[in-house]
Design a protein around this ligand. Sequence first.
Ligand code: NAD
Length: 704
Amino acid sequence: MTTQYQVQNGVAIITLDNPPVNGLGFSTRAGIVKGVGDANADANVRAIVLTGSARAFSGGADIKEFNTPTATASPNLLDVIATVEASVKPVVAAIAGLALGGGNELALGCHYRVAQKGALIGLPEVKLGLIPGAGGTQRLPRLLGMQLALEMIVSGDPRKVETLQGFADLVVESAGASNTGTSTVVEAAIQFAQDISATTHPRVSAQAVATTSMPGGLEAFFAAAKIQVGKQAKGLKAPLACVDALEAAVRQDFAQGLKTERQIFMTLLEGTESKAMRHFFFAERNATKIPGLNDKLPLRPIKSAAVIGAGTMGGGIAMNFINVGIPVLLLETTQAALDKGLAIIRKNYQANVDKGSLKPEAMAQRLALLTPTLHYSDLAQADIAIEAVFEDMKVKQDVFSQLDAVMKPGAILATNTSTLDVDLIASFTKRPQDVVGMHFFSPANVMKLLEVVRGKITADDVLATTMALAKTIKKIGVVSGVCDGFIGNRMIEHYGRQAAFMVEEGAAPEQVDQALEQFGMAMGPFRMSDLAGLDVGWYIRKRRYIEKPTMRYSKWLDVLCEKGRFGQKTQAGIYRYEAGSRTAIPDPIVTEVLAKYRTDANIVPRQISSQEMLERCVFALVNEGARLLEEGIALRASDIDVVYLTGYGFPKGVGGPMFYADTVGLAYVVKRMAEFAANTQADPDFWSPAPLLARLAAQGGKFN
Ligand code: NAD
């Protein structure tokens, strides 16, 4: 049993004991039901306190039980909450740490709530594509009013209990344990329970929702809420479903409202969106697990860092470290470059201060952790150096030789290269085992993804330390092997090639963008290219024309580059831009360029469906993803999904390209690829399925 039961001065105390966060697994649920039964049967008991640990009252569903039959085995959470609420003897929840999801719903089922100040209260189900399914949408608005309940349930973000008027009957100040070993909140709850003398006890479910918190009245309130939430939902169903369930709390009686909530919950649970979001939840956790690596391996301490190069990436990388209190030495070649880099860092922080998201003192503290330098000798004692200089092997060689000469033994030497061979870079040092890739995404202080590139002989503890460091600096680390482009960029090249082919074949760039944006991509391929700079892709293609002369590329983008159209930075690329604006406007000049390009190449333009646009782009990702898996560059399909969800704006409700392929079926993917090969002139070879994809499709298998 993962609960404890004791009786103290006429009060039964049921303590959830399922570390780390008292997930409501089967044995915990059964323990609560038994405890409530025992307490009601015991003539010496007058009241019941239900509590957890100092860390958590309960974090909700037990993730160890996810997708197993015991997750829904009787008693399920609804049964538990019904038992608690029906208890003749009053049940007081004693809440410390957090009460989230099902844990919060359990607390809402109790007759009273005593909470410790600072405890986090939330219903985060929407983040997994769900709504609260055990009464949360029906009880929370009864306690807090509709407006606040709506904000909390739609955002999924927790709030501190002391800010939630109406939630707790008593909020106690101090933390810690008393000399009897019980925490203050439990003591206060016991006292509270002993003081209750009423013969009937309040049920949240018996209360009406206060309509005063619905400005403009019921109709207007929900009409406005649906418009507002719909705008923010970015195509996701769950946020709007939260509003529907909340509406049931005012339009229906409690029992009916509970049924409506359950129905909505079950529909979402079976749907693709929630499956995709739950896939990401586990994928992110799995990404930290590296097969063959001893997880007890001592990590190298990282208490200070050096960043080489204060350009676009170096500045953002330095910010990541000082943001979490790790001092940074920032090295440049000239004072002017250093000053420029520092000015941008200051400007970034100042923008946050101006928005009110950063206190001026915090900005000062962070900047105080940053030490600019022009001398490698200053870096000697840093625990890690991250290089972010020009993408040129000779420059990298120079930097790594110098780092090798000055850095203390055991320091980690990392490179932020996007395309160069990390093993070759490692070979410029006498300690290649200490070299690793840290591939940040731009803007490096904002983007969550960090590809951690494991060289052929990168030491295990260097890899493990770098993955742990990713977490410290609030990034999501994904391991990639060494190859051109690593996981994300190697795949995106093929996505971009297909997008360009389709324009060559007759689509307008904005049609392709629309098809992908309709699907949910944060930005279509061409708006993304204009943002990144068309010169970046041009530079890579020019290299490819020499390295891989048989690989076909559509060359109309080169024509734009030759005209000096590099995207947003030149106010003209695939689209045109008004001064100071990032709004992409279709440009008749580009239409003309395309018409001429097609005529010169003897291409008769054809209509392309948005389905084809979507599938050619996404299946191009999938096929290259399969190759990465075969080659061992990516450790698992879910890692690829994490890369695309966190670094490339892939829609959350779709779950990443590999998960999407699994959803539509790999046999379908292969069949469509064969059709593309037959019907398009664009490089039929492109569409031969990677052996792994072909095999899985034939077996009816899946990537994930
Ligand atoms: P950048 O041109 O903005 O900055 C490079 C900086 O390095 C410049 O400030 C330059 O003065 C400095 N520098 C050059 N040689 C140096 C040396 N020997 N010692 C010290 N400093 C030196 O370039 P960036 O966009 O920041 O790219 C840096 C690295 O990050 C490249 O390897 C690039 O491939 C990689 N990268 C870039 C992006 C991106 O989107 N820009 C994304 C991921 C990775």
